[in-house]
Design a protein. Structure first.
Length: 92
């Protein structure tokens, strides 16, 4: 037997009887709100290295550099959606 077991059982029975805590009727009715989908934020950082007004793979020498821009929101650098930018460039 645990030291405070009888006190916990008494408190639990009181909560059940009075509809408190986990035993409140509204506790487990489910989530009735609709989640708001996250908004896409605009890309940040100046990665237009060739100054043509666009950020594309031609702005980078390596995949590692392009992945930094990808992490800043330039998702167009990931053509196949696998999380790797500009896979035609050398890795480093």
């Amino acid at each position: 037997k645990y030291r405070y077991q009888s006190e916990f059982i008494s408190a639990q029975n009181s909560a059940i009887g009075n509809g408190k805590g986990l035993w409140n009727r509204s506790t487990c009715n489910g989530n009735n709100t609709t989640a708001v989908p996250p908004t896409k934020s605009a890309p940040t950082g100046n990665f237009d290295n060739n100054h043509d007004g666009k950020v594309t793979c031609s702005d980078f020498k390596t995949q590692a550099e392009a992945n930094i821009a990808l992490a800043h929101g330039y998702t167009n650098l990931d053509g196949n959606g696998d999380g790797k930018a500009c896979e035609s460039l050398p890795a480093k």
